[in-house]
Each structure stands twice: as C-alpha cells, then as structure tokens.
Design a protein around this ligand. Structure first.
Ligand code: SAM
Length: 285
C-alpha cells in the first residue's frame, strides 16, 4: 500500500468528491429518521496542509484554497455552504491549514441519531482514525479491507444512508473491482445510495467503466464529471468523476448549479468542463 492521501488532501478531486458527498448527506437529513454513512476507504480523517506531504505537492492550493474565499453565485454558495462551513470549522483562525477528509467532514454533518462507519486498511491511517474518534459513540472505525465491508456491513441496521467507495486507484483493475463490488453491495442493499469516486486519467478505461455500469442491471445511475484541462497526451489526472447510484431527488439539478462554478474556479487550462448525465434512469410507469 503505497498510496497516502496526505499528498493529495484538498486537491480539486477532493473538492468535487466532498461537495457531492455533502449534498447527499444534506438530503438524507431532510427526514428525521436516522441514517448511516459507510466510508469504505476512509483515509486518516484530518490532514495538515502545512505538513511535509501536502507541502511537497501543494495540490490543495489548486483545490480548496481556490474555492474557500471565492465569491460564488448565490445558488452555488447556498448549496456548497455545508461543505465550506465544515472546512472553515477546521480552520477557526481563517485561511486553510487543515482539511477534513471524508470521515471528518461527514462527522461534522451528522445529527445525534446518525452514524458513521469508517473503514481503512492502512494501519497508520486506521490508528489515526481510532484516536480521532475515540469515545465517539456515533462513529465506528474498522481496520479492514474496504472491499470486504461491502459484503460484511450491508445493509446497515438503519436501512438508510450512503456508501462512499473511494479507492486509491494505485492498482490496475480498480475500475473492475468497483463494478463487481457495487454489484455485490447492490444485491445486498438495493435501496442504498452509493457514491463511487473515479479518476479521469485514461479515457478508454473510463468509457469501459461506464459501459460496464450500464450493463450492470442497476436502475438509477448518475455520472458526474469535472475536468480541469483537456485530455493529456500522457496519462495525468485530468478530472474527477463520481458515480451516484440511487441519487437523492434533484441531486442532478443541484450539481448542475454547482459544477459550472467549480469548473471555472478549479480549471488549470482552457478546455476543461463538467457534465452530469444519467447512465441509467429507471422509467417511471
Ligand atoms: C483516496 S484515499 C481516501 C480519501 C478519503 N475517502 C477522503 O475522501 O478523505 C484512499 C484510502 O484508501 C486506503 N486503502 C487502500 N486500499 C484499501 C482497502 N483495500 N481497503 C480500505 N482502505 C484502503 C488508503 O490507505 C487511503 O487512505
């Protein structure tokens, strides 16, 4: 396991992922009934952007730093507020020195009745999560292979919630693992919301992934893409993709309000853009 998220925390891909995740959690909060977030590849929770890893890449400077204090159109500002407020809450003195990864972000958004299961395989990051959430009865930290948790922990007893699948994509075959993991998880819990992150780096692999999802038999699949530059000659992270299965009602419209602003702020060369498209959409009868 070579991948360490500390090098990438708060980059443009995190911004897109966490903005989408926050909107999903906010929709779940529209009903009183408790829900659970299951984060299968959780990372370490909170990242020090002044630390050595983040300092070496500086990726957050072209991510959250471009967004946090930017003037935003009113509709995008309102929709992004829960996410940006959670980032600001980690930076009480202003600026951005710390960035909440998905478990820290989700934890800020939960109500008293809601729960988080954070799964992480790297021993150091799992240990950091345990320390962070020690004594917190709303959070369960599990040191485990996240792909196994898609079988072992579904459906959650709340029967409402979202599963975030955010693997490092450091091994070949990760797209295939996502599709088979999703199919397995969806059989166990067809009503769950699934949010799956994927890199836009190798267009052929992305096209194949989308086709496999369309052939999976799953009825409601929304595909979200934000690119910061046109496709590079040699493979490079040109964009951030998210698949949302069983998206909350009107998430697609909300993202159409948010993504143009994010695309403009996060762009690194002309020719990037955004897209929100249904890969499959159940016909209403
Ligand atoms: C992209 S990072 C996660 C970032 C986090 N979800 C966030 O949004 O802040 C991927 C994480 O998966 C962990 N990981 C790698 N293989 C794993 C596996 N098989 N099961 C669980 N975690 C794994 C890595 O250690 C890393 O922390």
């Amino acid at each position: 396991m070579n991948y360490r998220h500390a090098f990438h925390a708060g980059n443009f891909a995190d911004v897109v992922k966490h903005a989408v995740l926050t909107r999903i959690v906010e929709h779940l909060k529209a009903k009183e009934k408790a829900f659970r977030v299951i984060d299968t590849h959780a990372g370490r929770g909170l990242y020090d952007l002044t630390g050595e890893e983040a300092g070496r890449t500086g990726e957050w400077r072209d991510g959250i730093a471009r967004l946090l204090d930017a003037p935003l159109p009113a509709d995008a500002a309102a929709l992004l507020a829960p996410y940006l407020d959670a980032v600001r809450a980690e930076n009480p003195d202003g600026g951005v020195r710390a960035y909440p990864g998905s478990p820290a972000l989700v934890r800020r958004l939960l109500r008293r009745q809601d729960r988080l299961t954070a799964v992480e395989l790297h021993p150091e990051d799992a240990a950091a999560l345990r320390v962070r959430f020690a004594g917190d009865i709303q959070v369960r930290v599990i040191h485990l292979d996240g792909w196994l948790s898609l079988g072992a922990h579904l459906p959650p007893k709340e029967r409402r919630g979202v599963v975030l699948v955010d693997p490092p994509f450091e091994e070949t075959g990760e797209f295939g693992r996502i599709v088979s993991g999703l199919a397995r998880a969806h059989r166990r819990w067809p009503g769950g919301i699934y949010a799956l992150w994927y890199p836009i780096k190798d267009r052929k692999a992305v096209d194949g992934f989308r086709k496999d999802l369309q052939a999976s038999g799953i009825a409601k699949i929304l595909d979200i893409e934000l690119t910061i530059r046109p496709t590079s000659e040699t493979p490079r992270l040109d964009g951030s993709g998210m698949i949302v299965v069983n998206p909350p009602y009107r998430l697609d419209d909300e993202l159409k309000a948010i993504l143009p602003t994010l695309a403009e702020l996060l762009s690194q060369a002309s020719g990037g853009g955004w897209r929100v498209e249904w890969l499959r959409r159940e016909q209403s009868s």
